[in-house]
Design a protein around this ligand. Structure first.
Ligand SMILES: [Mn+2]
Length: 424
């Protein structure tokens, strides 16, 4: 389904008075902030194709109704999100859950929904029906060369799908590792993984990037073959200039200083992209900004500082994607909330008075440095983010409109209440 643009206009008209009042106050308080609106409009966050359905845990899965049951419907759902917030104009495909059988048809659907294809994701963490060798004991690291070859071939196939859709990057998320001491020879696992990654790297088109994602644990619980940013950077450095580290917010050990990691990766020119989510404990599937919004702001503060320092375009220089599984909320509402939280953190980071911060740092004025950061963080940037959305043709309050337009009810009517999306 698509929303009638008239609905969005009516919704905006009803909220216009209140919005303009808040915006005027904001712009009066934050001189020069008007110039940030274009940056907010340009910033797009990719939605992964596996995030449109209800996820699950090993305790169970409670499907919601009206879930998309094929790639076309998933794209339509992202089109809906993009209509509402004008910041979700990209889709990240997972193979083999969402193989584009007819690339041309998928391309033209994407065009009609104003969506681009972000990073392609491979899957060597599950066995697929008819697959010759099992990934039970790893894929690119496996002690059996047949398994490694099969995993390499799969990644190359994913690249081919991506080329047909105009994607420019491959995310290799490795579930490889070990769950018990002695299970694995760490050195050989690293060497096997590197050799496998080299083969995939060699198949990358000239203008493609490869993202090496790291994760401290899960599904393996003793070691993971790309456990942290240092190990990812080691692979990316050995592979070459097209390989980058991908940071997923939820893939660190507790209390890791992610903003510092981001800063140094940017300094080295090796930060390729970002997966957004949030977590309280060890998982990585909560709505972005739901638990640690200040950390998200501090990360964006380093992202903006580092990208500006390196002359990287905020919108296109890195891959931005949500990576979460929605277990109890409506996935579409959850995604709207995540995108909003990301936009707010980005807007707050843009507001930081960098000249003043630099001066405070040079004088070792610790209190003032903190004041400057928190001044930006504690600014209510919602009117600015809403104005960017309004100017781009989106809704002033996306979730409000999602509900009043009865989007979920309509999706259930259209698709039924028993559909189940492929994915996590
Ligand atoms: Mn991820």
């Amino acid at each position: 389904m698509r929303l009638d643009q008239k609905l969005i206009e009516e919704h905006n008209a009803a909220l216009a008075g209140k919005h303009q009042k808040k915006l005027a106050f904001f712009l009066e308080e934050n001189e020069g902030a008007k110039s940030l609106i274009q940056k907010l409009k340009d910033f797009q966050i990719a939605i992964p194709s596996w995030a449109l359905g209800t996820g699950g845990t090993r305790f169970g899965r409670f499907s919601g109704g009206g879930e998309p049951s094929n790639l076309e419907q998933k794209m339509e759902d992202i089109g809906l999100l993009h209509q509402l917030n004008q910041s979700s104009g990209a889709i990240s495909l997972h193979i083999p859950w969402d193989i584009p059988e007819d690339a041309e048809k998928i391309m033209s659907l994407a065009k009609s929904l104003n969506l681009k294809f972000d990073a392609m994701n491979s899957n060597t963490f599950q066995d697929q029906p008819g697959q010759k060798y099992s990934y039970k004991f790893g894929s690119l690291q496996n002690v059996d060369k047949n398994v490694r070859d099969q995993a390499v071939a799969h990644n190359i196939e994913v690249i081919k799908h991506g080329v047909a859709l105009g994607s420019k990057s491959l995310t290799v998320w490795l579930a490889d590792g070990s769950s018990f001491p002695g299970q694995l020879n760490f050195r050989e696992a690293f060497e096997n993984t590197l050799a496998s990654l080299k083969e995939i790297y060699a198949a990358l088109p000239e203008d493609w990037k490869m993202f090496v994602e790291y994760k401290s644990n899960e599904p393996n619980f003793y070691s993971t073959t790309v456990a942290d940013w240092g190990q990812s950077l080691l692979y990316a450095s050995k592979l070459g200039p097209k390989a980058y580290t991908l940071v997923d917010l939820g893939h660190h050990l507790p209390n890791a200083n992610i903003e510092q990691i981001v800063s140094l990766l940017l300094m080295e020119g090796k930060l390729g992209g970002f997966h957004f989510n949030d977590s309280k404990y060890g998982d990585d599937d909560l709505t972005t900004g739901a638990i640690k919004p200040y950390q998200l702001f501090l990360i964006f503060n380093e992202l903006v500082d580092g990208m500006d320092h390196a002359g990287i375009d905020h919108a296109s220089g890195l891959g931005w994607m949500i990576d979460a599984s929605h277990n109890v909320k409506d996935p579409l509402e959850d995604l709207l909330q995540s995108v909003e939280a990301i936009m707010m953190a980005y807007a707050q980071a843009l507001l930081v008075d960098r000249k003043a911060l630099k001066a405070a740092q040079q004088k070792n004025d610790v209190s003032l440095a903190q004041e400057i950061l928190q001044q930006a963080y504690r600014t209510d940037v919602r009117p600015l983010v809403a104005e960017a959305r309004l100017q781009a043709g989106g809704a002033l309050n996306p979730i409000d409109l999602f509900r009043s337009a009865k989007v979920r009810e309509n999706l259930i009517k259209e698709r039924g209440s028993e559909t189940k999306a492929t994915g996590l």
